[in-house]
Design a protein around this ligand. Structure first.
Ligand SMILES: O=C(O)CCC(=O)C1=CC=C[C@@H](O)[C@@H]1C(=O)O
Ligand SMILES: [Mg+2]
Length: 368
């Protein structure tokens, strides 16, 4: 396979409801879509999950565009590839910028799966026919709002809730939620809002039998997380701190984490995500697939990854209708009773709704 043409598009899609975290609120999702064509005319799609602003990691939509245009596309265009795993080596002269790398690697995986006439899930080695998914709920104005929302999602069949916490919106919020839903699998995501000075607060969360607490401490830390894990009964899950297999190995060896949230973009692509999955399977560390408020295209990649056997915990990739009035794939992703069926069609397994893509496109540029 040899990529001969690439199009980058900037899309903006309005979220059905704003998503608030410990670092801010998002109303519109801006992102880059990558369309890649190889010499035989097969088209593959990838999505950059970087946000407009660098509040989740240092990457942004526009740093991704710059990296793609000036470094990554020139390295990949017209290069002969036997397998998508080679994309990572091709990009090895470029440090970090994982979301930019992942966007284009995802399109290469899509082309590879189509050309070998298998679903992306099968190409990755995935076996599950359906995957269990949960909901990630942003910080709500009041605890009552949160409880009402959770009621609604439970009614829809979702069986695991992740709620965002931050200082001042933590112990009492979780206490109220636990009182209303004594048996519901609940987890809390802090997006690095705490430090070891908050040990007392974090220890109080042990009372509520949470499945895990996600990324309580700094986004680049594994040392303090190891200290914290020794003090907590609740398992720690790392998200922002894990950007590669090497990061995962170090965190696991140090005892900084008992669970890893694997996000394809954050770790630089599907090949690296699969390596982290395999390593964690060997070490008895559970993994689940995190979400980045993706459009249907990124969502399809997440679903394929989640079909690997060690994704034993429900992920954040819920149905399209939880985010968008209209998604850019057909059919849209549907969660039924908390489960999504893994598509069997070749490639990412969904058609691209080009009319919808065009409708949400702000700007685009072709590279050949
Ligand atoms: O529903 C989803 O796609 C998950 C959303 C979600 O929880 C997150 C998306 C992006 C950044 C963070 O706020 C957060 C996370 O940390 O997992
Ligand atoms: Mg997180």
């Amino acid at each position: 396979m040899k990529l001969t043409e690439i199009t980058i598009r900037h899309l903006q899609m309005k979220l059905k409801s704003p998503f608030a975290t410990s670092f801010g609120t998002l109303e519109n999702r801006d992102f880059l879509l990558l369309e890649a064509k190889d010499e035989s005319g097969t088209i593959g799609w990838g999505e950059s999950v970087a946000f407009r602003a660098p509040w989740y990691t240092e990457e942004t939509m526009m740093t991704n565009w710059h990296m793609l245009e000036d470094f990554l596309i020139p390295l990949l265009l017209n290069k002969e590839l036997q397998h998508p795993d080679e994309v990572r080596d091709t990009f090895s002269p470029i440090r970090k910028n994982n979301m930019a790398k992942s966007a284009i690697e995802g399109a290469v995986w899509d082309i590879y799966a189509q050309q070998t006439n298998q679903s992306l899930a099968a190409a990755l080695g995935g076996k599950s026919e359906q995957i269990e998914v949960g909901i990630s709920i942003g910080i709500q104005p009041t605890t009552d709002d949160l409880i009402q929302l959770v009621h609604g999602y439970v009614k829809e069949g979702y069986k695991r809730m992740k709620v965002k916490i931050k200082p001042g919106k933590d112990v009492e919020v979780i206490r109220a939620l636990r009182e209303h839903f004594p048996d519901l699998p609940i987890m809390a995501d802090a997006n690095s809002a705490y430090s070891l000075k908050d040990l007392d607060t974090l220890k109080q969360l042990d009372e509520f039998n949470l499945m895990m607490i996600e990324q309580p401490l700094a986004s680049d830390d594994i040392i303090d997380h190891a200290k914290l894990q020794k003090e907590l009964e609740t398992p720690i899950c790392l998200d922002e701190s894990i950007n590669s297999l090497e990061d995962a190995r170090k965190a696991v060896e140090l005892g900084s984490t008992k669970v890893i949230n694997v996000k394809i973009g954050r770790v630089g692509g599907l090949s690296e995500a699969k390596k982290i999955h395999d390593y964690c399977a060997e070490k008895g560390i559970s993994v689940w697939c995190g979400g980045m408020l993706e459009s249907g295209i990124g969502r399809a990649h997440n679903i394929a990854l989640t079909s690997l056997p060690n994704f034993t915990l429900p992920g954040d990739t819920s149905g399209s209708d939880r985010y968008w009035e209209k998604d850019i794939i057909a059919p849209e992703v549907i969660a039924n009773n908390g489960y999504i069926t893994v598509p069997k069609k070749a490639g990412i397994g969904y058609e691209i709704d080009r009319e919808a893509v065009d409708a949400f496109t702000f700007s685009k540029k072709h590279y050949r």
